[in-house]
Design a protein. Structure first.
Length: 160
């Protein structure tokens, strides 16, 4: 019987050791995701200060909308504070761009070949977001503007 008890003690100890290792690995993995979120937020702040509004918006959104799988409490409030103002800036720039394109069309009877042709008509507050737009003229009476609000966050922290 003593060997039987020793075997149970070893099994309980081994189970506890494995459970402890699993918990440690989960904690290390979670800590790495929290660190990646912090790095992403720092990059987003830098991109925002450099006028890369869409890129900053998508980075903040990626962190706040759960793509890094971290708890809400571990996301700095500054990330949440920046999403709505950046969104509004991009939407306002889109509206300003549409007005400028329509004014151009009214003046010349067609849309411009390049979006830069209406840049002078864009208010200063909208210029940074405007520069992040993609423009495609499909016909004299049809254009599309990609604002950069939607789409994958196209950045990789490992390649800085």
């Amino acid at each position: 019987m003593p060997n039987h008890q020793a075997l149970w003690i070893v099994l309980v100890f081994a189970t506890a050791l494995v459970a402890g290792c699993v918990a440690c690995v989960k904690h290390v993995s979670y800590a790495a995701r929290v660190q990646r979120a912090a790095e992403t937020i720092r990059l987003a702040a830098r991109w925002e200060s450099q006028g890369q509004i869409q890129k900053a918006y998508r980075a903040y959104s990626a962190v706040c909308e759960g793509s890094l799988r971290i708890e809400h409490r571990d996301i700095p409030p500054s990330a949440y504070d920046r999403i709505l103002p950046l969104y509004r800036t991009i939407v306002a720039a889109h509206d300003d761009t549409l007005r400028a394109l329509e004014a151009y069309r009214d003046r010349f009877g067609r849309y411009p070949d390049r979006l830069e042709e209406v840049q002078a008509a864009i208010p200063r507050d909208s210029l940074a977001a405007f520069r992040g737009f993609e423009y495609e003229k499909t016909a004299d009476s049809d254009v599309s503007i990609v604002t950069g609000l939607y789409g994958a966050a196209t950045f990789d922290l490992r390649r800085r």
